[in-house]
Design a protein around this ligand. Structure first.
Ligand SMILES: N[C@@H](CCC[C@H](N)C(=O)O)C(=O)O
Length: 262
């Protein structure tokens, strides 16, 4: 059986997209891991299915798998990319609502960029003045450092991700450098088990943690990931971070066909 796929990237965080509204694509862990493999497959940080959402009146549903083939929690860059994919398929025009594993999301285009609503953040755990944990749809450890350029993110990220702090479920690990209301970030992603070029929920977590720790002021911050620039907007209302938006690029790269065993 042949299935069409579309490759997208958002700030270098790359995804295989499949229009699965007919539910014909059967996503086994082994098949997804093979398709995401950069030597034996198409190559991607994750695979995303666009499906119909039957129970809620939204435009579509997003089902996200990490490159290890396992379904996971929210992917922010993937969320922005599926919005661009839905537009390419003619399902939406300038804005949409969709369902993901963590609930309802709203998104709209701002010229070439996609802005995605993110879940409210009620709880931020401080380990010490430079180290935090919070959930922005996916779990994130955030360490603020004076410089991140020379860091071995693979080694240090894997160490923290696999430490007793997070147990079997693990966490994504972010290393962040703050410079005058602007931040640089590098992220080790759970389920990819490596550094990726950008992580949307990680960028969001870093922005919220930086505001919480009074490292930035204002309600919008630009964040430079290795693969591109993103921005995060938010409000702080009664000690809850609300109206969080992740803004950045979402680009179509190429399309092709997957030959799947029946
Ligand atoms: N790349 C993503 C995060 C994807 C989920 C993560 N790997 C996990 O399993 O927690 C993003 O852009 O948010």
């Amino acid at each position: 059986m042949k299935t069409s796929f579309y490759k997208y990237q958002g700030a270098g965080n790359d995804f295989i997209m499949v229009d699965n509204r007919n539910l014909e694509f059967k996503a086994s862990t082994a098949l997804i891991a093979k398709l995401c493999n950069r030597r034996f497959g198409i190559g991607a940080d994750g695979l995303i299915l666009l499906e119909n959402e039957v129970e809620n009146s939204v435009d579509f549903k997003m089902v996200y798998y990490n490159s290890d083939g396992n379904e996971s929690t929210l992917c922010g860059n993937g969320g922005r990319c599926i919005v661009a994919f839905a537009k390419q398929l003619g399902i939406i025009q300038k804005s949409c609502h969709f369902m993901a594993i963590d609930g309802l999301h709203q998104a709209h285009f701002e010229a070439e960029l996609v802005s995605l609503s993110m879940p409210d953040v009620h709880l931020i755990q401080s380990y010490h003045s430079e180290s935090f944990y919070l959930n922005t749809g996916s779990p994130h450890h955030v360490d603020f450092l004076s410089s991140i350029a020379g860091l071995d993110v693979q080694k240090e990220g894997a160490r923290i991700r696999n430490s007793n702090l997070y147990g079997k479920a693990g966490s994504n690990i972010n290393f962040v450098e703050v410079q005058d209301n602007f931040m640089k970030i590098r992220t080790y992603e759970r389920g990819v088990e490596d550094e990726t070029l950008a992580c949307g929920t990680g960028v969001t977590a870093a922005a919220i943690a930086a505001h919480f720790a009074k490292k930035i002021t204002g309600n919008e911050v630009a964040v430079q990931a290795i693969g591109g620039d993103l921005a995060v907007r938010f409000l702080l209302q009664n000690q809850v971070y609300t109206h969080i938006e992740l803004v950045g690029p979402a680009k179509f790269v190429f399309k092709g066909e997957i030959e799947c065993e029946a």
